[in-house]
Write a protein of this length. Structure first.
Length: 231
């Protein structure tokens, strides 16, 4: 029997799920944000109690999955830290899975495209592969973005976003064709179970890190020791 824990906190409506031998035995949704990141530990404590029960015979976890975003940077970082802690305790792997594929829209559609606002005048699209796994997001300016969405819609592709569709500056026709979704922990497990063995091994070996739409902005350190540095 495989026992898999999944943590998804890239959006404010976060979730944790525990699946044993393909059957969901625990799931909990909770509010996630700067003032609510601690909520994840309440859910994980309940998971820990379940794993200590007679039904699990002390066997622990076989894997911990974590949604890597894109989304809330602080939320994903907290989830990664929590996943690594649980993995160390249970002697298993902590594995990152792209969050965008773990929405109900993506799971229920044959062909779908995640879209969103990348900020600073750019937008993104990310294809969902046949396996259910989200591909790397592509950044583009608004003209190209609208053109890409129009072509995708004409081809019968389901469009979805984690943002408010009204914030994407879409025309009325397109705006009504875009569904709003959120990634869920249980869907991360579904994606993982559907992947080929070679892809699973690749993800196991990939270091856990948040998925960035663009490289994180950091300021360069000034040269020299701060006590002797000239202004």
């Amino acid at each position: 029997m495989q026992t898999i824990l999944a943590i998804e906190t890239s959006v404010p409506e976060a979730s944790v799920a525990l699946v044993r031998d393909g059957v969901r035995v625990f799931s909990e949704d909770f509010l996630n944000g700067r003032n609510h990141n601690s909520q994840i530990f309440d859910a994980l404590e309940k998971v820990a109690q379940l794993l200590q029960g007679e039904d699990f015979e002390g066997k622990g976890l076989d894997a911990v999955l974590v949604g890597t975003g894109p989304g809330s940077y602080s939320g994903v970082r907290v989830a990664i830290a929590a996943a690594q802690g649980m993995a160390i305790v249970h002697g298993c792997d902590a594995i990152g899975v792209a969050s965008l594929g773990a929405t109900s829209v993506a799971r229920e559609s044959d062909v779908s495209l995640a879209i969103g606002d990348a900020r600073r005048g750019l937008y993104y699209t990310a294809e969902i592969a046949a396996s259910g796994e989200a591909q790397e997001a592509e950044l583009m300016e608004i003209g190209e973005f609208h053109e890409r969405l129009a072509k995708a819609h004409a081809a019968g592709v389901s469009l979805f976003t984690m943002d408010d569709p009204e914030s994407l500056a879409l025309g009325e026709d397109l705006q009504h064709q875009v569904s709003r979704g959120r990634p869920e922990a249980a869907h991360l497990i579904e994606i993982w179970q559907a992947l080929e063995g070679s892809r699973r091994e690749e993800l196991r070996k990939t270091p856990l890190a948040p998925a960035y739409l663009r490289p994180p902005f950091t300021s360069k350190a000034k040269q020299g020791h701060p006590l002797i540095r000239k202004s």
